[in-house]
Design a protein around this ligand. Structure first.
Ligand code: NI
Length: 178
């Protein structure tokens, strides 16, 4: 497994629509998925999309973190040609970061629950329903496949900033002090 360089905000490849993966069982797709998982783990991220490592294919890896402090050594969900569908119309605001936009955070509205499906590396269709942080991660990563970065979905441009300043501000707004 190879840790790959991650493209950063401003690289036009991050704004391009990625192509469908024709054969999810192709060996190079498995190599890419393994490299993306290693890259995500090294960067201590919870999700990564192929365009972020310069590959314009519809492939994401995501960690099913029940909470944001969960251990990150488990195998990520690998999803080829993912498709999401909102479950209900409830929208929740939450804080997001992106490995392509290091050091920054923003408040982004997302559907609270999504149905997801796609293919595994064995070519079989897999799917499920997700809520919580995983629903947010999946929406963030699938956005990458359509050339959409989270600053394009901010609640408002005012709701973005550097950590830890922004985290501190948001915690204060939530009445948690500090
Ligand atoms: Ni991202």
């Amino acid at each position: 497994m190879t840790v790959l360089p991650i493209l950063r905000w401003g690289d036009p490849l991050l704004l391009a629509r990625a192509a469908e993966v024709a054969d999810p069982t192709a060996p190079e797709v498995a190599v890419l998925a393994a490299d993306m998982a290693a890259t995500m783990q090294e960067a201590r991220g919870v999700g990564l999309a192929a365009p972020q490592v310069g590959v314009g294919l519809r492939l994401i890896v995501a960690l099913d973190v029940g909470d944001r402090e969960a251990p990150r050594d488990r195998a990520p969900l690998v999803l080829v040609n993912p498709v999401l569908e909102a479950v209900g119309d409830a929208v929740v605001e939450g804080m997001e970061g992106c490995l392509s936009i290091p050091g920054l955070r923003g408040v982004v509205p997302r559907f609270e629950r999504v149905g997801w499906r796609g293919q595994g590396l064995d070519g079989r269709t897999i799917g499920g329903e997700a809520g919580g942080f995983l629903a947010r991660i999946l929406q963030h990563e699938v956005d990458h496949l359509d050339g959409v970065l989270y600053p394009m979905r901010l609640k408002s441009p005012a709701y973005m900033g550097f950590e830890p300043e922004f985290d501190r501000w948001m915690r204060a707004r939530a009445g948690e002090g500090t």
